[in-house]
Design a protein around this ligand. Sequence first.
Ligand code: C2E
Ligand code: CA
Ligand code: CA
Ligand code: CA
Length: 259
Amino acid sequence: MIEPAELGLLDGFERALINDRLHLVYQPKISLSDGTLKRVEALVRWEDPDLGTVPPSRFVPLAERHGLIDEMTRWGMDTAFRQWKSWHDHGLECELAFNISALSLRALAFPDLVSDYCERYGMPPSCLVLELTESATQPLVTLMDTLTRFRIKGIGLAIDDFGTGYSSLMQLRQLPFSELKIDQFFVADACYNKDSRAIVESIIDLAHKLDLSATAEGVESQEQLQLMKDLGCDIAQGYRIARPLEGEKLADWNKIWSK
Ligand code: C2E
Ligand code: CA
Ligand code: CA
Ligand code: CA
């Protein structure tokens, strides 16, 4: 049984997906060693004429529940890769990070589909990082084969929201990740709370000992940015650096940022 409210949302989402009314914005990530643009993360947006702005935290789980997530993922990859090619053609070099629902990874053919996008848009696989979060219904450890295929192709895999939810040390031990993203809760708290700071410090240390790079997300202040740098974190992302931007605004942002 689908509740009426959910049905309305689902109906609207399906129409937005079919009519190409979803939209991607892109948030820059910088290298903390030299402050330069390293990568951008594609984030999906849905502004519905009737429902208004619906946050991804509402419609992504909805798409997962109702079998629409694969279609959204394909739409998003095609859109993001096309945008990346446009930046590349204009001499703006950066990597692309893309969020993938664990559910989309169940298909063993998915890594080949991703390779096809890389070929179509001329993106070296080393320029792509897939960001994964575990879900209750699809633990990442069940996806070992698919994840290994990505790594063999040279595509990066980041564990998102590390330190919260279902993410566990066992996953780090068993799965072929290349990067760890520290959840923004700890990043926000680290400047004010010595326990959070100790946790962030330990996560960065752990990442490096496992040959993973560490990204801090949700960096909102200069103080947080400096702390992440001091703690040896590799990459930072957050409002202090940039809000998620329209694709065509990235070059302008980069000009101002790199001044
Ligand atoms: P996430 O992957 O952890 O993305 C980071 C979220 O933090 C984004 O929210 C981003 O806009 C927000 N954020 C970035 N910097 C800051 C900051 O400095 N302060 C604060 N308070 N927030 C910041 P958003 O765009 O609402 O996305 C929420 C979640 O929805 C994402 O969390 C991700 O799990 C999911 N999502 C977004 N786009 C996609 C997509 O294309 N596919 C899939 N499967 N999931 C997506
Ligand atoms: Ca993410
Ligand atoms: Ca995250
Ligand atoms: Ca999140």
